[in-house]
Design a protein around this ligand. Structure first.
Ligand SMILES: NC(=O)c1ccc[n+]([C@@H]2O[C@H](COP(=O)([O-])OP(=O)(O)OC[C@H]3O[C@@H](n4cnc5c(N)ncnc54)[C@H](OP(=O)(O)O)[C@@H]3O)[C@@H](O)[C@H]2O)c1
Length: 220
């Protein structure tokens, strides 16, 4: 498959690029800073300079055209409220519109579990982040795309175990970026895992089986 990763120089994006290219997929990795091109090459991908804020929908469509799938794993990473709106919110909407314009139907979004950060004192910036993530999910499901939303728990940099818990609704937990990337790579090759919201934590089930478990849970 030819896969276009938005946020390819990020923690999940780099790992996903490596997983996919190691198993024979071709990855175009979008990045906004010139020095990130070498990170994407090192992971086996082909760097594509571009930005979710700077680019128009048509410019993004031009970049993604010809690919079989798009993975959106970009994020403002706590850099502020307006950045979160622009990247995780408006940026997702632009990328989805670009996918429609370019005719790339498969679109996988890395979102967040709504239970993240519950139980403490609400912090405005984090509440805003969660609201923007939900708005992005709500937008994507209205598109004609063959979408999949993956909601990981708290991301960690622990070494991947290749084993997760994946389901339509899960108790909150953490998940390594390695395991998220492995699950995304498997999900991209499971066309029946489509038009679904899947929650993800570390767990006991090898990713390939976890993908099939969700497909069965959906009755497909
Ligand atoms: N942290 C958590 O516990 C958690 C939990 C659930 C879900 N998530 C979500 O999981 C996703 C992946 O997380 P991660 O840890 O891999 O994030 P990350 O390391 O911050 O990677 C995000 C990538 O997005 C890129 N990006 C930012 N603004 C962009 C723009 N305008 N145009 C194009 N690319 C842009 C960043 O590039 P720069 O380096 O140039 O900024 C970075 O490479 C994010 O959407 C995050 O919100 C996180």
């Amino acid at each position: 498959m030819r896969i276009f990763v938005i946020g390819a120089a990020g923690g999940v994006g780099r790992r996903l690029t490596a997983f996919l290219t190691e198993s024979g997929d071709r990855v175009s990795g979008m990045h906004r800073r010139p020095e990130q091109a070498s990170d994407i090459r090192a992971a086996g991908g082909s760097p594509v300079a571009g930005g979710l804020v700077a680019d128009s929908v048509s410019e993004l469509a031009g970049r993604v055209r010809g690919h079989d799938a798009i993975v959106f794993s970009a994020g403002a990473h706590g850099t502020g409220i307006s950045q979160t709106t622009a990247i995780d919110g408006d940026g997702l909407e632009k990328a989805a519109r670009a996918a429609v314009e370019a005719g790339v139907r498969r679109f996988v979004l890395v979102s967040a579990m709504p239970e993240a950060g519950r139980g403490g004192q609400p912090v405005e910036r984090f509440e805003h982040y969660m609201a923007v993530k939900k708005r992005a999910d709500a937008f994507l499901v209205t598109t004609p795309l063959d979408w999949l939303i993956v909601r990981p728990g708290t991301l960690t940099d622990s070494a991947g175990t290749g084993a997760v818990r994946a389901g339509l609704a899960l108790v909150y937990g953490a998940v390594s970026r390695d395991n998220v990337a492995a699950f995304l790579a498997a999900a991209l090759h499971a066309p029946r895992l489509s038009r679904a919201i899947v929650e993800l934590t570390d767990g006991p089930t090898p990713v390939a089986q976890a993908v099939q478990h969700v497909v069965r849970t959906m009755g497909r």
